[in-house]
Design a protein around this ligand. Structure first.
Ligand SMILES: N[C@@H](CCC(=O)N[C@@H](CS)C(=O)NCC(=O)O)C(=O)O
Length: 214
């Protein structure tokens, strides 16, 4: 059965979209414009009751959460070696990166970008943004220094890199202009990943779709 990914342009679900491309698995993309609230409909709640993207529809049911979807995709295309084999120490290291990217990096980006979605009072929102930025800078600096002497998060390219690429791209969000330090190793890593065959057309398509939906 063809996999179906529910995806919002330039959101965290971009990692799953790029992973499907790298996997070569037959799939289709269904765009959900979260900026227009399309994820809040009852129809979408039947796909993912949390009303978030990504959601991947498989023959056996729906999978939510990037940290579950990315390993599922890798394991469905073992010949592509998109993650180390299950049961190995290297696989545990990969899971550790996926967990860190989700629970620390993504979790810090959300209040740094949209504090007013959590607290409406402007001074409180600014204070929340400042504290989220502190966590974010620490996490991004850790990534940057890890990449100072290697090409990828693990020994070789993996889906962890696609997940990290999305958050590296988010550094360019207008709301963060002038608020993040220069991270030269992360910049070089981002360029390296964007040079992988087929990735740039998808990222470009997402940028255009996001701009059109704004
Ligand atoms: N932990 C979840 C986070 C999902 C998530 O927060 N998705 C965002 C896009 S990056 C979303 O759907 N936001 C829409 C909303 O909250 O209204 C994952 O990694 O899959």
């Amino acid at each position: 059965m063809t996999l179906t990914l529910f995806h919002a342009p330039l959101s965290c679900s971009l990692a799953s979209r790029l992973a499907l491309l790298e996997s070569g698995l037959p799939h289709e993309i269904k765009v959900v414009h979260t900026t227009r609230g399309e994820n809040l409909t009852e129809a979408y709640a039947r796909i993912n009751p949390r009303r978030k993207v990504p959601a991947l529809v498989t023959a056996e049911g729906v999978i939510t959460e990037s940290t579950a979807i990315l390993p599922y995709i890798a394991d469905r295309a073992p010949e592509r070696a998109l993650l180390p084999s299950p049961g190995t120490y290297a696989r545990a290291q990969a899971q550790a990166w996926l967990g860190f990217l989700s629970s620390t990096v993504h979790a810090a980006f959300s209040p740094a970008l949209f504090p007013e979605r959590i607290v409406s009072e402007p001074a409180a929102a600014e204070a929340l943004r400042a504290s989220a930025l502190e966590t974010l800078v620490k996490a991004l600096t850790e990534l940057d220094s890890h990449l100072s002497d290697r090409q990828f998060l693990l020994e070789a390219f993996s889906l962890c890199d696609l997940y990290a690429l999305v958050f590296s791209l988010w550094r360019g969000a207008p709301a963060l202009a002038g608020r993040l330090p220069a991270l030269v190793h992360l910049d070089a890593y981002q360029m390296r990943l964007m040079g992988r065959p087929g990735l740039m057309p998808i990222i470009g398509e997402d940028m255009a779709a996001r701009a059109a939906a704004a």
